[in-house]
Design a protein around this ligand. Sequence first.
Ligand SMILES: Cc1cc2nc3c(=O)[nH]c(=O)nc-3n(C[C@H](O)[C@H](O)[C@H](O)COP(=O)(O)OP(=O)(O)OC[C@H]3O[C@@H](n4cnc5c(N)ncnc54)[C@H](O)[C@@H]3O)c2cc1C
Length: 497
Amino acid sequence: MNDLIVIGGGVAGLVAAWQAAEAGREVTLLEARDVLGGPVSEHVLAGLELDAGTESFATRGGRVAKMLEQLGLSDAVVEPNPAGAWVGFRDAASELNSVPGSNQAVGSFRAEPLPATGLLGIPGDLDAADLLRVLDAPGLARAQRDRDLPAEVGADAASLGDLVEQRMGRTVVERLVTPVAGGVYSADPYTIQVDAVAPGLRDQLLRTGSLAAAVHHLRSQAAPGSAVRSLKGGMHVLVRRLKERIEAAGGRVITANPVRSIHALSAEQVPQSADGVRYAVETDGEAFETRSLVVATEAEAALPLLAGLAPELGEVTWPAPATVTLVTLVVDAPALDELPRGTGILIAPDAPDVVAKAMTHASAKWRWAAQAAASGHPGRHLLRLSYGHAGAPSELSDEQLRRQAVADARVITGVDFADDAVVGTAVHVWRNAQPYRESPQTDRAIDVLTAPGSGLAVVGSWRSGTGLASVMPQAYDTVRKLLNDDVATAAQTHRRD
Ligand SMILES: Cc1cc2nc3c(=O)[nH]c(=O)nc-3n(C[C@H](O)[C@H](O)[C@H](O)COP(=O)(O)OP(=O)(O)OC[C@H]3O[C@@H](n4cnc5c(N)ncnc54)[C@H](O)[C@@H]3O)c2cc1C
């Protein structure tokens, strides 16, 4: 008999298992793959240990930083280079070339520093000088009409794309919101629910009368300073530390063991001596019984498993996870020491000559990565290109993707490095960029299943929203509540006895 089983060894499951193990519970974590962490994992390239997926966490709310402190990782927290990111798009407006200080176009692909103020790419200050560089004069003039439109325009728009288009016009959507929101959510802004990604934005629009003012207001409430941080050595250091802490507290972490089904045990099936055992969990080779259960997989896996407890959840359809392909290049190109595109670039889908949707210049962004790359190899750089526009290179072979990434990196950076300057490449395809969506029907069913005394919790990005700043606090709080409820239930049972 197990005391508490966690299904899924991504960050949500690891946080849950860590909390339960340190609270004195006997924990077993079952992970389907042979590695832990989901996208928070590592790879070794040209002798460098690097993040294969997730590379940072958002600082909002301060909860991740607090957990890192509890895990003894505060000293490893690092800030990115403040140089900031750029945006790449089609150079359509000849007027812009006469704007003083405008960056020279590379062919018809143009890159400009991303305007500083904004939320998901929506400008908060329509007079900012850097906006003209990106929007062109007609695009900026249309965006500024936001000030004169009645507050109601766009206030009932369901999607982020519709809201911004109605208030500020298509150029803002195409050149700013699509690249930024696409980079964060791997989704088209016309498919992103406003309230899911920017709660309070529509209310503020009605209150302040303009979208820019609403964005400015929400921005002013965010904590100052860098919006993201990471860990020296990479975000995957977190996964290693969580596993160490679970095992140090007596927990078991079992990989390559997918759970196939769960079901509740009835009172008749559970003998008195089994001390409140409630759930049966089956993997390919083993059957477990447990008092408490935490389901911490993606929606795709969680819903069929939970259907073993509430059949209606088997009927729920969740948006398919987006596919994100990351290609990492290790390049010997001293010209990149100049950081031609700051810490990286987001790319509008209509930008010509480039297939990538974003590129992070990792050795420009993180000092530890720059030091590791250049150690013994001055001028060595790390570039991470991401692909994931619908219909884009998912059909390309790894070799084709590598060649595409090299070609894209040359256009994006404007540095024409030779083929033999590329000393390492790696391709990772991620299918679990799990979209969050509002689903009152699912919420209700899960609320019933996880009611106090049930011994059940459901955590992970499909419940919390994507990103570590959402996933980690939700897993932490949900499991702390489960542990407290279990204590209360045990006390009641004891009193009844
Ligand atoms: C490429 C990429 C880059 C990202 N970059 C960032 C970033 O820089 N910053 C940021 O904050 N967020 C980033 N994210 C998002 C963030 O990494 C995720 O939101 C977070 O890691 C999700 O954690 P999770 O535990 O909810 O899910 P997952 O990590 O997906 O964990 C679910 C786990 O359940 C396992 N599982 C599934 N089915 C079963 C089963 N039947 N039995 C047992 N185990 C099962 C899976 O194998 C997986 O390990 C990125 C995501 C991707 C894909």
